[in-house]
Each structure stands twice: as C-alpha cells, then as structure tokens.
Write a protein that binds this ligand. Structure first.
Ligand code: PLP
Length: 476
C-alpha cells in the first residue's frame, strides 16, 4: 500500500479553540463596553483599509493571536459603529448579547437547514418561533405554520419582498398573463426594494402612486392608475403597502389598499421592515389595521428587535401558492419526510436552497428578554423619540417635517435647505453622533432614528445639546 500523499491541515485543537474562543468573547464584551468611545462614523478614506493588507493570501498558517490583533489594527479603523448608543442614522441594526450568542451556537452547529430532514430542529424551532411572532405581534391567527399560512426567516426585507413578487407573478402567469403586461404598484415613498424586486422578477411595469401630505399612499390615485392600466391592456398584479417608510416612517392605509387589492385581484404585500417590531406593543397595531386583507408581510427583527443581522421575518396568509411557485424536487433531495407531506421544507419558501439556523438567535432573544422586555425596549425608544420631537416643536429654529409615529423624528431648519444640510454635516462632523440627512421633492430634512440597543435618555439629551449648540438662529 502506498502511504497517503496528502495529510490534512493542522486544525485548532479543542483546547486552543476554548482559549481563543474565550478571548474573542472578551474582545466582543470589551467592544460593547467601549463602543461609545469611538468616533461613530469611520474616519478612513477609500483604500485605507486595503493598504493595510497584503495583496497575496498567506501561504503558511498564521497564529490566531496575530489574526485577532489585526482586527484591532486593520479592521477597527474602518468600522462605523452601528452599535454606538449615539447611532441615530438610517435605521438601527439591532444587536444584543443573546442574539450574538445564539448566532455563535448556530455557527458551532454548522448545519444546513434546507429541508426538514437535513436537521429537523432547524426547521421546527424556526416554525415555532415564527408562530410565536404571530402571537407576539398580534398578526392574523391564520398566518401560523399550524394553520394555512406561515412564516420563514430570510436574509433581508428585499428578499422577502422579492419572494412575494415572484409568487404574484406565478399566479398571473398561471392565469395566462405574460410578464410584460404585469404591473406592480407602490407609493412613491416606498423602499427601493419594491421596484428592484419587481425588476428582478420581470414585471413589465412599476407604478409609483402619489402620496398625501403625511407621505401615505392615496387610495384614489391607486384606483385611478389601476383603471388606466386595465384600459391599456395591462395586468395589475401586485400592490405594496408600507407600514413605516424608510424616509419618514409614513404609513399607507393597509385596509383600504387591501380592499382595492381584493376587488381588483391583486396580491397585497406589506413592507413593515422597520416599524413591524413596534407591533409587539398593542398600542401601535392600529397603524396596520386590515391585515386580514394582506397576502404577505415582512418585518426585520434585525432592525429593531434586538436580533443581529441577518433576520428578516416573512409571512404569508396562505402558503399554498408560495409552495406551488417555488417547489422543485430533484431526485437527490427526495426523502420520506418530504414525500409524506408531514413536514416543512423551508427551501421551498424562498429562492436559496441552503439556509443557516437563523432562528436560534431569535429564539435566544425572545426567551432572554421575554415579551415584556421587548415591549419595554420599543416603548423606551418611542418615548425618547417623542421627547426629542417635543424639543424640536418647542424650538423656533426648527420645524417638524413629518409626524413621529414610532421612534424616527424628521425635522428641518426653518431657514431652509442650505442651513439644514450644513447643520446635518456639522452634527456628524463632531464624530460624537451619527444622524442622516435626507430629501423629498427637493426639501432637505434631518432624520433622527432612536433605536440603538444601548441608547439611553442621556444620549438623546446629548444629541439635542449638539443641535442646540450648532443650529444658527435665523436672521430677522
Ligand atoms: C430597511 C428597509 C428595507 C430594506 O431592508 P433590507 O432587509 O436591508 O432589505 C425595506 N423596506 C423598508 C421600509 C425599510 O426601512
């Protein structure tokens, strides 16, 4: 017998893994303790990080200590600190200790949960956690996996919305309508993922419907556009309602849009990517009245429910058409459990085949905080945002730009665009906080999104002090 020509690489021993693993947890714990000390936005220029790295990969193994040390030396300067308590930009990217640990366990198990049979717990824990969300958020009972609907975790709201668009297209195709005639409708304020998803899935047309002065879709404009499209021989297929737009958290009239969708035979999707998390508190649920007239729904626990990216929760009211659209069963994936129909195979619920055990981190979060902890989390952010909003209202230098429905405050300087833009830049240039400048129809405004896990009243007060200090008093 010939000796083997190749021996495998030197793996980290269990003992070494334990030691380095503890060091990594210490590193993360220190980071969370110290995150407030860094300038919130990374200060590097394009190419700065690349310049610190060798152009070729290492040929010989390197010591783990050296790798971790280079996280400090190379990576950290190029990090923008989304977990800073002074993060008020965009929307938050939720994180919490239980979620980090749940994600770590998922990595440790390293399972591939494409089908029930490839790791039954990966599917069943996810189904139960999604059913829990139905109860926690007061979603329609029928959306449980034990009923005719069901929930699945996806990577992003964009993926969830894309999936909904694909199902609606399939139904239209089945009814004999070709892709070029399909029309998707959404408000002019909806997230770009609606248009992108429609483009990717081959819709012939996307219509951006007019909004009212609170940036909500105008149902009469939707109806008129649908009628005109029918007149032109097109096939109205899909309509999106936003519950909490990205720019201002505007809320479309879900019930009225749902009634139009039912009457006209359109698939009705709700994008509640950010604001959906608030529905764990019953007092916000009136904002999405009409869910019984919704076919699919997405919200991102990774935005505002303490669960690290990626974690997007997608629900369908009836899973039949979803499965019909996406089920493909090649011979090598055949198995008894699938054939019996007694199990969920989540690969049929989205585009990818392979899937991580994402539900673990969400399960860890829901159990560690409990519903009462999660409600306290949402309510404290909304309360801090409301307090900030009141200061804006009381200060003659500012005007509110849109209503504060949740924890995003949008406002501008009364002196107009230039002063608003300059102020936003000056606030971020302090390095102490991060806020977002935005613009609708040529009007500049500032977005302050309260939502970072570690933000307290003290941080919001600090932010207000910066505005107070840097905002000029208008002349006259
Ligand atoms: C953030 C956001 C999205 C996109 O979320 P991803 O998970 O990054 O795809 C979609 N819709 C709304 C309303 C959002 O705020």
């Amino acid at each position: 017998m010939n000796p083997p020509q190749h021996v495998g690489p030197q793996h980290m021993s269990g003992e070494e893994f334990r030691r380095h693993g503890h060091a990594v947890i210490d590193w993360i714990a220190d980071y969370i303790d110290d995150v407030e000390q860094y300038p919130v936005e990374s200060q590097v220029a394009p190419g700065d990080i690349r310049a610190l790295m060798p152009t070729s990969p290492p040929e010989a193994p390197e010591a783990f200590e050296d790798i971790l040390a280079d996280v400090d030396r190379i990576v950290m300067p190029g990090i923008t600190h989304w977990q800073s308590p002074n993060w008020f930009a965009f929307f938050p990217a939720s994180s919490s200790a239980p979620a980090i640990l749940g994600d770590l366990v998922s990595s440790g198990l390293g399972v591939q949960g494409m089908m029930w049979s490839t790791s039954p717990a990966c599917t069943e824990v996810e189904s139960v956690v999604m059913d829990w969300l139905v109860e926690l958020l007061g979603l329609p009972e029928g959306w449980r996996t034990t009923d005719q609907g069901g929930g699945v975790l996806q990577m992003s709201a964009s993926d969830s919305t894309h999936t909904a668009l694909v199902v609606a297209r399939h139904l239209a195709n089945e009814a004999g309508h070709t892709d070029e005639t399909l029309v998707a409708y959404t408000s002019g304020q909806a997230h770009s993922s609606i248009e992108k998803g429609a483009r990717v899935s081959g819709y012939g047309h996307v219509r951006k419907i007019d909004v009212d002065d609170e940036f909500a879709l105008i149902p009469a404009a939707l109806e008129a556009t649908i009628a005109a499209d029918r007149e032109a021989g097109l096939h109205p297929t899909f309509v999106n309602s936003s519950v909490g737009t990205t720019a201002t958290t505007a809320i479309d009239p879900v019930k009225t849009v749902g009634e139009i969708a039912r009457r006209e035979g359109l698939w009705h999707h709700v994008d509640a990517a950010f604001a959906g998390s608030a529905m764990i508190c019953p007092e916000f649920r009136h904002h999405q009245d009409g869910l019984e007239l919704v076919d699919s729904y997405v919200f991102n626990p990774h935005k505002w429910l303490l669960t690290n990216f990626d974690c997007s929760a997608f629900f369908v009211a009836d899973r039949k058409s979803l499965l019909e659209t996406l089920s493909i069963l090649p011979a090598y994936l055949r198995n008894e459990a699938t054939e019996s129909g007694a199990v969920i195979d989540y690969r049929d619920w989205h585009v990818p085949l392979g899937r991580r055990f994402r539900a673990l981190k969400l399960w860890f979060v829901l159990r560690s905080y409990g519903a009462e902890g999660l409600r306290a989390h949402i309510r404290s952010h909304v309360e801090m945002a409301k307090g900030f909003e009141q200061k804006v209202i009381d200060d003659p230098r500012f005007e509110l730009y849109s209503p504060t429905f949740f924890s995003l405050v949008c406002f501008r300087h009364v002196a107009g665009n230039d002063v608003t833009d300059t102020l936003a830049e000056a606030i971020n240039a302090t390095g102490k906080v991060s806020i977002t400048r935005s613009e609708i129809d040529g009007d500049s405004f500032i977005r302050v999104a309260v939502g970072s896990t570690y933000t307290t009243q003290e941080h919001v007060d600090g932010l207000w002090e910066l505005f107070d200090e840097l905002a000029p008093v208008p002349a006259g």
